[in-house]
Design a protein around this ligand. Structure first.
Ligand code: GTP
Ligand code: MG
Length: 193
């Protein structure tokens, strides 16, 4: 995919602020600090279109970016960060479920899992919603640069088995660019459907 333009559109606290045009959306979801914002920047070859941080839990709104004027990337709030106040963590479930169940333009959710961790309860809950609402999921392991080749093979196998996936998750690194081509291939496939 050739990126001609990528622009921030809105940080939406809820459905009232979501874009209302019919352009397709690809959302990115996962735990706080898993590398969502970094992955989006890497896919778009932008250093800082999406804010990344060493302090997890920063993104608590649903952020929309318009790509090539024709489709949206949607950065969903991260979950599972202990230091985020309870009022914020309680808002997470209805916010995300509300988005996935009621987004007719949502073509797929890119589900990010840290290649060094096991999927947790919230990852599993989100995956259940996607299956329930029949939203296609694209599974991605992040930060592969932090593992040896052998460890990445094991992580792919173990996480695929923990989540009951038929195909291994895509191995990525926002730092090295590993997996970006493969992930774009999958995103394009979902957009063309
Ligand atoms: P929240 O918005 O807080 O939910 O986090 P996020 O999922 O958007 O994570 P973010 O992209 O901000 O990255 C979190 C931290 O992980 C930052 O310090 C990044 O530099 C680091 N990071 C992200 N991707 C990679 C990667 O591929 N490799 C390495 N080594 N570090 C990464
Ligand atoms: Mg983020």
């Amino acid at each position: 995919m050739k990126i001609l333009s990528a622009e921030f559109v809105i940080s939406a606290p809820g459905p009232k602020q979501f874009p209302i045009d019919r352009k397709p959306q690809i959302a990115f979801a996962g735990r706080s600090n898993v590398g969502k914002s970094s992955l989006i920047n890497a896919l778009l070859h932008r250093k800082s279109l999406v804010k990344t941080s060493a302090t997890p839990g920063k993104t608590q709104l649903i952020n929309f970016f318009i790509i090539n004027g024709s489709f949206y990337f949607v950065d969903l709030p991260g979950y599972g960060y202990a230091r985020v106040p309870h009022a914020v963590t309680d808002a997470w479930a209805p916010m995300i479920e509300g988005y996935v169940k009621d987004a007719p333009q949502l073509r797929a959710v890119v589900m990010l899992i840290d290649s060094r961790r096991s999927p947790d309860e919230r990852d599993k809950r989100l995956i259940e919603w996607l299956r329930h609402y029949e939203v296609p999921a694209v599974y991605v392991l992040t930060k592969a640069d932090k593992l040896s080749r052998q460890e990445t093979v094991r992580a792919q196998r173990e996480i695929a088995s923990a989540l009951g996936l038929d195909t291994p998750p895509i191995l990525t690194s926002a730092t090295s660019g590993l997996g970006m081509k493969e992930l774009w291939g999958e995103i394009s496939r979902q957009l063309d459907k």
